[in-house]
Design a protein around this ligand. Structure first.
Ligand code: AP5
Length: 258
């Protein structure tokens, strides 16, 4: 059985934080549509030029475009034994496409992280990201100019240190627009998922470590498998993958470039 996980929730709920760690700990790729689009913008690719203004306004990019990106990414060999989707699906059309893409892949676990709107706005306004590797830090928890030297993901981060910047869509006005779109387009889709036996909700107001524990417990309960055996599901699936379909364990932004 593959370990297919979809992280659902509003902007700032902690989807990316939890998706990254879960993927790393279970040897599956994290597929973040936001990261893929930001990297495209950063690189100045044709895709990036197409989506830059839409993202800066906090709106959703077109369904067909994002469905094509996710379809192509999930076909990569490293996603055969499972994946963690972060930021997709967000609309009913995307949810329908995901059902179709994953039809022959076993159960898809959907986890909604719940956090009240005002805490979401606080978190997103305080978020800083390392321009080089995408690591996150909370500016409110650190005094000005004293953000941690905690991202060590690339040679540049290790040698000259992280360069902390605010995301261009993290201003209060844009965050409120993103929340408006979440409640209008994404929340009804989550309600649709909520009747499925593999759907679970977790409380995102806990510490990141407590949320991590709740996430692992929720995935295990949805699959009917002890939490300690989740990683072995991936290993068993990988051992069944035909030669030539080599799998690469998931990493922070690995495989996100298009
Ligand atoms: P995307 O990057 O997906 O943004 P989002 O869904 O708005 O989510 P965020 O990244 O803001 O939050 P998160 O839930 O991942 O929280 P995080 O872990 O970072 O999308 C960006 C844009 O791309 C969209 O607006 C759209 O334009 C486009 N796009 C992407 N996917 C699309 C799609 N499918 N269709 C159409 N368009 C699409 O945490 C947030 C902060 O809180 C961090 O600072 C973190 O350190 C902190 N934090 C995390 N957990 C906790 C905790 N437990 N306690 C306290 N602080 C915490």
């Amino acid at each position: 059985m593959a370990l297919n996980l979809v992280m659902l929730g509003p902007p700032g709920a902690g989807k990316g934080t939890q998706a990254e760690r879960f993927a790393r700990e279970h040897g599956i790729p994290k597929v973040s549509t936001g990261d893929i689009l930001r990297e495209a913008v950063h690189s100045g690719s044709e895709l990036g030029e197409k989506v830059r203004a839409v993202m800066e306004r906090g709106e959703l990019v077109g369904d067909d475009l994002i469905i094509g990106i996710v379809r192509e990414r999930l076909l990569q060999p490293d996603a055969v034994a499972g994946f963690v989707l972060d930021g997709f699906p967000r609309t009913a059309k995307q949810a329908g496409a995901l059902d179709e893409i994953t039809a022959a892949r076993g159960p898809v676990i959907c986890i909604e992280i719940q956090v009240p709107d005002e805490e979401l706005v606080r978190r997103v306004r305080g978020r800083r990201v390392c321009e080089d590797c995408g690591a996150n830090a909370d500016a409110f928890e650190h005094k000005a100019n004293a953000l941690p030297d905690l991202c060590q993901n690339t040679d540049r981060c290790r040698s000259v240190g992280p360069k902390w910047v605010a995301r261009s869509d993290d201003s209060e006005a844009v965050v409120r627009e993103r929340l408006k779109i979440y409640w209008r387009d994404t929340r009804p889709m989550i309600e649709f998922y909520s009747s499925r036996p593999t759907f679970r909700r977790i409380d995102g107001l806990q510490t990141p470590e407590q949320v991590r524990e709740a996430l692992v417990a929720a995935v295990a309960s949805a699959l009917g498998t002890p939490a300690s055996q989740l990683r072995s599901l991936v290993m068993q699936k990988l051992s069944g993958v035909k030669s030539g379909e080599t799998a690469t364990p998931g990493g922070a932004r690995q495989g996100n470039k298009l």
